[in-house]
Ligand binder design. Structure first.
Ligand code: EPZ
Length: 418
């Protein structure tokens, strides 16, 4: 099992081009199932989860040619030979649930292994299934598999009980080829949902309201093949902003659109430092110790739950006391006990963590538990004095392309060891 060996602290200096967004690439790859024509997607990040999704689509019979070194995926779903997303793939990547809507909509049937819970919570998919039933699907759970069938889905008014990103995406994809109009109320507003809607519209789907809480989709007969460039990864960008806030220094992040970062960007600016927008990038400079910043995670445009561990890492060495409330997932503080091993002072009470910023952390052996927790541990280790070893770094590789190479490029002392 691979680990990171990090020796800190080091100020960061240099520039990076931010990758395409994992959480836009995954649903857009699945949306290729909705057409029988050639699809070409660019700016695709070279990540484990993307490779897993390509493997899943190949298992279903989609012709996939991935050239991930150059960020390109070419797909053609004219010959789908299976309607099943098997357990051994779904258990490694919950986003596999995103084949459910497209398979059902275009092929009338889907069998998707129930994605189990994961480190950060139960993560049920009841909203996905309830909506598809309201659109005419017969859904049954047999031997841990979701089995959904529908001769033809029909449009309906779907009111989600809570805001769900992949739930909104699954319903949107299912509705594209359904008979009639679907209205999704309480829809997710994430930029990745909007990028999927943009991709579907370019294929001929009739979608409006994406980016708001009410999305309307008028079903069409079929969707054509197109080219599409994935938007930048706002979570990768914000992760590097937290790294420089913790370590100090100056970095330039290129190819980002600050308008798509919502309150996350506003909050990171409260850490102090200077953020100067230059062309399609941002120059971030932290000369002094960051200020403690309290925040609560919310659906977009609120502060992103996927950034909670990373800003908590900054708070561990910030000047002051901060209060962090995790309102999206019920168990997303797995990184706390690991940060304590680095000397952090964090008290947890339910979904609230109180961090007493220290002026230094000390290197230690820690263990990654999930994707964003591992990013938080990398940031805390970068600023800790001495050597840290982060075990189970495969979690990080799911959502960050070559994080070690990028950090070395910025002057950090990071080594990937087996
Ligand atoms: C997406 O997950 C992202 N993944 C997650 O990013 C992200 O943390 C999450 O949205 C929230 O922003 C992808 O886009 C591939 P949800 P998703 O459905 O769609 C509950 C990362 O690090 N819920 O918006 O699975 C659920 O338990 C990953 O890149 C139900 O109760 O999240 C959670 O508490 C981690 N029933 C809340 O809603 C449902 O049917 C939000 O979940 C669906 C969700």
């Amino acid at each position: 099992m691979e680990k990171f060996k990090i020796v800190g602290p080091n100020r960061l200096r240099g520039e990076l081009k931010i990758e395409g967004a994992k959480n836009a690439a995954l649903p857009i790859l699945c949306a290729s199932l909705l057409s029988s024509e050639d699809i070409r997607i660019t700016n695709v990040p070279n990540l484990r989860d993307v490779r897993t999704m390509c493997d899943l689509l190949k298992k279903i019979g989609v012709k996939v040619k991935e050239d991930l070194k150059n960020g390109v995926c070419a797909l053609n779903a004219s010959k789908v030979s299976s309607i099943e997303a098997p357990y051994d793939l779904v258990k490694t990547m919950r986003a596999s649930i995103l084949v459910l809507g497209p398979l059902l909509s275009r092929h009338g049937e889907a069998r998707v292994s129930l994605p189990g819970g994961c480190a950060i919570g139960q993560r049920p998919v009841d909203q996905h299934l309830k909506a598809l039933e309201q659109m005419g699907a017969e859904v049954s759970l047999v031997d841990g598999y979701i089995h959904a069938k529908a001769k033809k889905l029909f449009g309906n008014r779907i009111v989600n009980d809570l805001i769900t990103v992949t739930g909104t995406e699954n319903i949107m994809m299912a509705a594209c080829l359904a008979d009639g109009t679907t209205i999704i109320e309480n829809a997710a507003r994430e930029p990745e949902v909007v990028d999927l809607a943009k991709f579907l519209r370019s294929m001929g789907a009739r979608i409006k309201g994406d980016g708001t809480n009410i999305i309307q989709i008028d079903g069409v007969k079929n969707l054509i093949g197109v080219d599409h460039e994935i938007i930048f990864d706002r979570i990768e960008a914000a992760t590097f902003m937290c790294a420089v806030a913790a370590c100090g220094g100056e970095i330039f992040l290129d190819k980002i659109d600050l308008n798509l970062m919502g309150k996350t960007y506003d909050k990171l600016q409260e850490c102090g430092g200077t953020f100067s927008e230059i062309e399609d990038g941002v120059l971030i400079n932290f000369k002094k110790r960051p200020k403690a910043v309290s925040f609560e995670t919310k659906p977009f445009p609120g502060f992103a739950t996927d950034m909670q561990a990373q800003l908590m890492a900054v708070n561990c060495i910030a000047d002051g006391i901060s209060v962090v409330k995790e309102k999206i997932f019920e168990n997303r503080f797995m990184h706390v006990q690991e940060m304590r091993r680095l000397g952090a002072k964090i008290e947890v009470d339910g979904s609230t963590a109180i961090i007493n910023g220290r002026n230094k952390l000390n290197g230690a052996k820690v263990m990654a538990t999930d994707l964003r927790a591992s990013a938080g541990l990398v940031i805390a280790s970068l600023v800790a004095e001495g050597e840290s070893i982060i075990d189970r770094i495969y979690h990080l590789d799911r959502g960050y392309a070559q994080m070690d190479r990028k950090l070395i490029q910025l002057g950090a002392k990071v080594q990937r060891i087996s």
